[in-house]
Design a binder for this molecule. Structure first.
Ligand SMILES: Cc1cc2nc3c(=O)[nH]c(=O)nc-3n(C[C@H](O)[C@H](O)[C@H](O)COP(=O)(O)O)c2cc1C
Length: 506
């Protein structure tokens, strides 16, 4: 790839993102007819599980002409392209596809320290190429994919971004929350009170007015990443996204409200979330890989009174379930970056945070900066308790019940390292610090369906560092590995002569 490439372009524009995926052999345009009644989702699920190319379905049974819509599966799935496993995450954030987990977290975290760049309002944009209103809209006739056989409906909204604003206009929230088709002009979806959309919805409820919303599909990849990021309440995502991409996003006004939406979005549905009308919603397969069939819940109705869209628009989707899908590559990665930011703002000697995909957004691996840790002259107990209160009591801490504290010799993005550290350095009871003053997201299976605790379900910091790591300048052990057990000249010789011995090149 040319070194002059402007990596931010793909982060700011889905079509550029797809062009670059295609150039890198990480996109598969499927022109043969695919049935949205589960075949499309089954293909996408297999793609997640094999880390294959992102499928762009162009010929979906029931789609009319160049109208609504093509479907993009696994938009931020993992990649099988050599050296680019995290390529779609990296590209979404304006990094080269070869970026490591550490580089990805650094990019997200660094943008936190830049000046926010709020959107730039423009008169029109591609999302205004087509407009339909009122009775022209019939969501039930769209080729909305059925995502899993045990879902309680067809979820059109799994990877779009809601835009809502508090009634006095001082805070605009961009976030991801799911929705299924309910009727010709209605969606239904959960609004969790603790999420920012829930806080803003409550303000509209208190006023006695329905909440205006814009549901935007196919937004700039950096915007959807940040839509899944738990940034502090009252802070606008849009300005931070501008800082992340390096320039403000172009935005256009909605047809039926003053909300601004990304001008290059693929599809925007506009309307009002009812404060009085509800309908049964779900269940839907969850990000932890389980669904409890047959259990629907009453959720607010979202009335759609206008849809604007580009020519030949694309609906990105996420097929939730076992890792690795976007709940893990987007939500979990963005949680990790926000936790690093929270630790560093609190003055803790933490240099890296990762949420292992395989933990399905239930674990955080938090790595200390040892030089800084030693300066604190602390000990395991005091440090872990302090860290636990700061992390587990934070906004992203609500999602995460289990923290693993690791030393500098452990790569938090390498699950083998993390397991080794936990197995060898974390002593049951002694190195585990429990917290029951902070609640947990009720979606965690053992929270909703486990033994009911007297108080909250506990959270834990597992210290995967030995006591000496808090005090000794030099670690007293040596590691039994190719890198740890042989002098550099022997390592170099073995590496150089590897193929001469008869092995395949590594
Ligand atoms: C693919 C995907 C699907 C998500 N679905 C939901 C959802 O249905 N409900 C929800 O409350 N959060 C969902 N989230 C998580 C929220 O987007 C995330 O917690 C975000 O921080 C919420 O925005 P806020 O911090 O502005 O409240 C999803 C995240 C991703 C990446």
């Amino acid at each position: 790839m040319a070194s002059s490439q402007n990596y931010s372009e793909a982060a700011g524009d889905l079509r550029q993102f797809l062009k670059e995926l295609d150039d890198e052999n990480d996109l598969l345009v499927i022109k043969s007819e695919v049935d949205p009644e589960m075949e499309l989702a089954a293909i996408t699920r297999r793609v997640y599980e094999t880390e294959d190319k992102a499928p762009l379905f162009e010929n979906i049974t029931g789609r009319v002409g160049n109208g609504l819509f093509r479907v993009l599966g696994a938009p931020v799935g993992l990649s099988r392209v050599p050296g680019q496993r995290l390529g779609r995450i990296a590209k979404s954030l304006g990094l080269p596809s070869t970026a490591t987990g550490k580089e990805i977290i650094a990019k997200i975290n660094d943008a936190k320290h830049l000046k926010p760049l709020p959107p730039n309002e423009v008169a029109s944009g591609p999302v205004k190429e087509h407009k339909i209103f009122g009775d022209e809209i019939d969501l039930t006739t769209l080729p909305t994919p059925r995502l899993h056989q045990h879902d309680g409906g067809k979820f059109i909204q799994t990877f779009g971004m809601y835009i809502v604003q508090r009634p006095n206009g001082t805070w605009t929230n961009w976030s991801i929350t799911r929705a299924m088709v309910h009727g010709k002009q209605t969606l239904v979806g959960p609004i969790i009170p603790k999420q920012d959309i829930g806080v803003i919805y409550q303000e509209w409820k208190d006023l006695g007015k329905d909440m205006p919303f814009a549901l935007c599909f196919g937004v700039p990849p950096a915007a959807i990443m940040v839509g899944g990021m738990p940034i502090p309440k009252g802070e606008d995502e849009a300005g931070y996204i501008g800082a992340l991409v390096g320039k403000p996003l172009d935005a256009v006004k909605c047809e039926t409200s003053d909300l601004l939406v990304p001008a290059n979005a693929e599809i925007v549905m506009e309307g009002f979330a009812s404060i009085s009308e509800t309908a049964p919603e779900g269940p839907m397969m969850e990000y932890h890989g389980l669904v409890y069939p047959g259990r629907s819940k009453e959720c607010p109705l979202f009335k759609v009174n206008a849809i604007t869209y580009r020519e030949d628009p694309i609906l990105p989707i996420c097929i939730t379930g076992r890792a690795t899908e976007e709940s893990h590559t987007v939500w979990a990665v963005m949680i990790a970056a926000e936790v690093l930011n929270i630790c560093q703002n609190a003055g803790l000697p933490i240099q890296m945070v990762w949420c292992p995909f395989e933990s399905h957004a239930h674990w955080l691996a938090i790595q200390v900066n040892r030089q800084e840790l030693l300066k604190l002259k602390t000990n395991m107990q005091d440090f872990c308790v302090k860290l636990g209160h700061i992390v587990l009591g934070s906004k992203p801490g609500w999602y995460i019940p289990k923290v693993f504290l690791v030393g500098e010799d452990i790569d938090p993005t390498d699950l083998r390292d993390l397991l080794w550290a936990e197995a060898t350095r974390c002593e049951p009871g002694t190195s585990e610090f429990l917290f029951d003053e902070y609640g947990n997201i009720p979606l965690i299976p053992y929270v909703a369906h486990g033994t009911k605790p007297v108080r909250n379900n506990k959270k834990v910091v597992r210290c995967c560092m030995l006591p000496c790591e808090f005090v000794d300048e030099e670690l007293p052990w040596k590691v039994g590995s190719f890198k740890g057990s042989y002098p550099p000249d022997v390592q170099r010789k073995v590496e150089r002569d590897w193929e001469k011995y008869g092995f395949d090149a590594l």
